[in-house]
Design a protein around this ligand. Structure first.
Ligand code: AP5
Length: 213
């Protein structure tokens, strides 16, 4: 099963992608997590990506598309994957479609998690993320069992550098301009499903699993 998660920054893509990946035994691939791991390890890719991420802008397609296509060519993706944060532009979606077509495959589901901008800004200030496995929590709405520690892997939870209010506003602007058009793209492909992301995380998951069957 090949799944794309759509939605504004903070809509809950990462939270739900992790659940879906567990449920179906497929990898959760987050381009944001890949960039953050590269920043932490101070690689050349990470240093380039950081320039854009710190401003709330998108990392250029020339860097992002090749990186993602290499990742989905790995052997653990042969039964499918759940993409979180990719595609984010029409050229990214077209490149993904073309790469899958070469293997006679396609995206089976594009799940759009809908959340209004005003809810997003509140969510971001309370988000905490695992430095190791990418697990995502919220200090009020989705707290870890032990404060500051990831339930999945026991590593430390931190606040993301790009969750500052002024950067969140820029990320939302970038989303509406560059990424929202993907909703039409996947509607035309006949694979778009929209869920209400303002419900509690467990309810959102139930709705998504209902769509995926
Ligand atoms: P990325 O890491 O992908 O960030 P994003 O899309 O902005 O999404 P987020 O991770 O912020 O939010 P989310 O939707 O996953 O929400 P989450 O589950 O964490 O990208 C970061 C940057 O990298 C980009 O800005 C860009 O620069 C670059 N980048 C990445 N991919 C790229 C690409 N393809 N092309 C170019 N550049 C790229 O939830 C948010 C919070 O809400 C959490 O605290 C969570 O616990 C809580 N929460 C979740 N669900 C609920 C709920 N139902 N109710 C209440 N709280 C909830």
């Amino acid at each position: 099963m090949k799944i794309v998660m759509l939605g504004a920054p903070g809509a809950g893509k990462g939270t739900q992608a992790l659940n879906i990946a567990k449920q179906y035994g497929i990898p959760h691939i987050s381009t944001g997590d890949i960039f953050r791991a590269n920043i932490k390890n101070q690689t050349e890719l990470g240093m380039k990506a950081k320039e854009y991420m710190d401003k709330g802008a998108l990392v250029p397609d020339e860097i992002t598309i090749g990186m993602l296509l290499d990742r989905i060519a790995e052997s653990d993706c042969k039964n499918g994957f759940v993409l979180d944060g990719f595609p984010r532009t029409i050229p990214q979606a077209e490149s993904l479609k073309a790469a899958l077509q070469l293997q006679d495959a396609k995206i089976d589901y594009a799940v759009d998690i809908e959340v209004p901008d005003e809810v997003i800004t509140t969510r971001m200030s309370g988000r905490r993320a695992c430095v190791k496995c990418g697990g995502t929590y919220h200090i009020v709405y989705n707290p870890p069992k032990k404060e500051g520690i990831c339930d999945n892997c026991g590593s430390e939870l931190v606040q993301r550098a790009d969750d500052k209010p002024e950067t969140v506003i820029e990320r939302l602007k970038t989303y509406h301009e560059m990424t929202q058009p993907l909703i039409d793209f996947y509607a035309k492909e006949g694979v778009l499903h929209t869920v209400d992301g303002t419900k509690a995380p467990a309810e959102v998951l139930k709705d998504i699993l209902g769509v995926l069957g």
